[in-house]
Design a protein around this ligand. Structure first.
Ligand code: ZN
Length: 200
């Protein structure tokens, strides 16, 4: 993981997105904060931690202490969302709120004043390698429009799932400015070139 992290860094990737899965919120289990803590010694670019866990409340401090720069919780998880977002800020990280494909934009917009970033999932969370759901783009545009109309022009809007050369353009045109690429980037022959293309 450290080698891949350094490869990303050298290719011009802005930050590393970690999908933390607990086997409850999603079926798969990935890794916890100790793994991040080790990687933090080896990789310097920001760490963006996406908590796909049933109860993020107890995890926030572990990941903040491990060196997370951004911590994302899910609107659908079993937690007190405003309290968790505040906790993330109190620990010195940026706070983000994620919504799954079937969750309306409103579930994130209700907490926009506490969010540095809103993550719109463009696949069902849980597995890599899925196809991009283009029908999520109206949700991205809705959030971008709401943010601009309500005094949050600096809000980051992230899309996660199925990002490649084509879908990156679609996502950017819809109003997203933070793109998570997994499969396309790691399987590319020239990560640096692809990274540049994805950024547009
Ligand atoms: Zn993710």
């Amino acid at each position: 993981m450290a080698n891949e992290g350094r490869r990303c860094e050298e290719a011009g990737v802005d930050m590393i997105h970690f999908d933390v899965m607990d086997g409850c919120f999603v079926n798969q289990i990935t890794y916890g904060s100790p793994v991040l803590k080790c990687l933090r010694q080896k990789v310097k670019i920001p760490f963006d931690v996406h908590l796909m866990v049933e109860n993020p409340t107890k995890q926030i401090k572990f990941f903040a202490d491990a060196g997370a720069d951004i911590i994302t919780i899910h609107a659908e998880s079993e937690c007190d969302v405003p309290r968790c977002l505040k906790r993330i800020h109190d620990l010195g990280a940026k706070a983000a709120l994620a919504i799954k494909p079937n969750t309306p934009a409103k579930s994130a917009l209700d907490f926009i004043d506490q969010c540095d970033m809103i993550l719109v999932m463009t696949v069902e969370p849980g597995y890599g390698g899925q196809s991009f759901m283009e029908d999520m783009m109206p949700k991205v545009t809705q959030i971008r429009g709401y943010a601009e109309a309500h005094g949050f022009p600096g809000l980051d809007i992230q899309v996660d799932g199925g990002i490649n050369v084509e879908t990156a353009v679609t996502a950017r045109n819809a109003g997203a400015n933070v793109l998570v690429a997994g499969t396309s980037l790691f399987k590319s022959e020239d990560m640096r070139a692809l990274c540049r293309t994805l950024k547009g």
